[in-house]
Write a new protein. Sequence first.
Length: 383
Amino acid sequence: MTEASVYLKVLLGNLRKLREKSGLTDRDLEERLILGPGWIKRFEEGDTIPSIDMLLAIVHQAGGSLNDILDGIPESPEIAEIERFVYAEQSDNDIIIKFKYARYDAEYTLSDSTIDEFEEVIKTLRDGLSRLVSADEEQSKAIKSDSVAKTFLKATSIWPHANPSDLWWFVTYRAYCDPFNHPAKFARLDFTQSWKRTSGWALEEVLVRYYGPFLKSHGVSLIIAGAEEKRTIVNRIDLGERIEADKIDVLLMGDKNGVDTFFGVVHVKASFAERRTDDVPLSKALSSAGYTSPLWTMNCKSEPSERPFNHGELGNLGNSRSAKRKDTEDEGYFTGCFSYNSNTISSPTNIANEQRIYVCDFSNPDDEFSRFILQRWNNFQAS
């Protein structure tokens, strides 16, 4: 137990003793303070930490004073640890990353890592988001995307042995939802909703920043285009049906005799949520017209528990294949699927390259994804 939680345990224990001394039951206090059943027990057991106002209200109703609940607090020159939305504890050569996951106090073990490394990653996010203090709305979008992308890429560089999807899902996402990593003026922001918007933009930045320089040196560019540029691309190519330009994530452009030539779109998703309605129609239209249309995903998926496992959504092989795996391997909805979750199972090599599921990481940009894209560009030029 950390020093901070020792203090809290004593304080909340004193709160219970004060209530019992006053002769009040849990239910008595809940009636007086108009609280739903069970709240006083949650406060006293530390399942939910009461606000200062609530704490003082309970003390007042119990006829006590602050001195009553501060009795026995250990004296120490400093508090060693403060429990945050996400924090880490050292365990031999690993760190245990702890966070709230639905109703669970969840843990994720990151092997061969240190608290100093964890703090370096968190400070990357904190320092990036600190720029929001003087930013307008348009600048805020760019700052948040940049901060998340830098944080994730910092994590993958410090922990190259870790599952990238875990670093996105259990570290970057949880750190972003910790309000203390944001400027104080955003204290009332719903960070879960903010993440849903920011993470999509940030993941596109991750793709472009990591693979962009390598692909550029081989004549291919990854472009995060504006709305007008996307509409121009859609209007210029004949896909044979109405396609929404705003469904385009990252453009694939090749250098053909000094002219940037569109040859496809990378669909960037942290998970498979909503991809059927948002990505499949565009991808099928692109593929049918000879363009490249891969799915690039962190394949994040886990269930709330004390030790969640990020298994993803692509399932197993054989008879237990998921519908999402069949979409790529059987239906060919995408021109290949590239998962950055090491728990994903790769497709058998007897499946056509354009219908396979590949598993990649961030150890070297010269990998199956970049080689696949370059081969598709060469094929496009030849056709």
